[in-house]
Design a protein. Structure first.
Length: 310
């Protein structure tokens, strides 16, 4: 058995992570003024947000090219792979997962295993890295899919945007109608129902940034302190490194037993949330899926997040 891991650029894995865990990435296209830009290939992180601030016309996104997906599968077949796990961004915000399911149904040279992350950015990255680590440790497909599904039970997200208009414009906010006429001086707090449909919704609103920040921190504390396992949390931003560092330092001081990391909200996701967004995704520490010798632990059954605000 030879297993490959393929995800898309909205996971925003670093080059080092891709190489370390042997993860391949398909870029997601951004359509802007009649031009197509491949995420983080034809348009960079800082370049995108600068352009977003200056341009009158706003961009849209597509799903990864099915032609590119098929080409990648052809490469895997030639290289002798028996299986490929395709970890997609949430089906609640993209049709890509259903496209991968269709490709998998028609492919008989290699087994294609679509996995709907029900999330994006750092959460999607966590799934890809866990899959890569499990393959490296010799896990079979049944165990890999089991552990990815188990990790999904433990995952939750909070984020705040400067402007809900981007999510409303691109149709990615599931309860946008309930916020009409209430956006002035409001800091909406958003989440994704990772254990359900993977859709984005505004779950609360505060009058000030400080109150919104405290609200999110209280949610994080309440939802993680009852868990009988270690927590990994990643902070990620749309070009606001100073604020991200402030979040990282504050949380690291208040929750010293947790593992914290950082990432970014790159161009494709930035199309939908805009600049000034701060986010955090947490889940069970990936190290828990391995014993002290680095071997996969069988039969993981994690306590599921029950997010009452969603």
């Amino acid at each position: 058995m030879k297993i490959a891991v393929l995800t898309d650029s909205s996971a925003y894995l670093t080059k080092e992570q891709q190489e370390k865990y042997h993860i391949d990435v398909l870029p997601i296209p951004i359509i802007w003024n009649g031009n197509t830009y491949r995420d983080l290939i034809d348009i960079g992180y800082q370049e995108f947000y600068q352009k977003l601030a200056e341009e009158k016309d706003l961009p849209s996104t597509s799903q990864p090219s099915i032609g590119d997906l098929q080409k990648k599968i052809d490469e895997y077949v030639k290289e002798g792979y028996t299986d490929v796990i395709v970890i997609t961004l949430s089906s609640g915000i993209s049709s890509y997962y259903s496209s991968v399911v269709s490709v998998a149904r028609d492919e008989n040279r290699i087994k294609v295993h679509p996995f709907d992350s029900k999330i994006t950015c750092a959460g999607e990255a966590d799934f890809a890295m866990l899959a890569g680590r499990l393959i490296e440790a010799g896990a079979d497909m049944d165990l890999i899919i089991h552990d990815l599904t188990d990790l999904q039970k433990t995952m939750d997200v909070r984020f705040m945007v400067d402007d809900l208009g981007h999510l409303k414009r691109t149709g990615r906010l599931s309860n946008a109608a309930s916020f009409v006429g209430t956006l002035f001086k409001i800091k909406p707090i958003l989440s994704m129902d990772v254990q359900n449909e993977g859709k984005i919704s505004a779950i609360a609103k505060e009058r000030q940034y400080k109150r919104a920040y405290k609200h999110i921190q209280n949610d994080f504390d309440n939802l993680t302190k009852v868990m009988p396992y270690k927590i990994k949390c990643t902070f990620f931003d749309s070009l606001d490194p100073k604020k991200k560092q402030e979040w990282l330092e504050d949380y690291s001081a208040k929750f010293p037993k947790y593992l914290f990391d950082t990432s970014i909200i790159g161009p494709v996701v930035g199309v939908h949330v805009g600049q000034g967004t701060m986010a955090m995704i947490w889940c069970r520490d990936l190290n828990d899926y391995f014993d002290k010798d680095g071997q996969p632990v069988e039969g993981m059954n994690s306590k599921e997040v029950v997010d009452n605000e969603e």
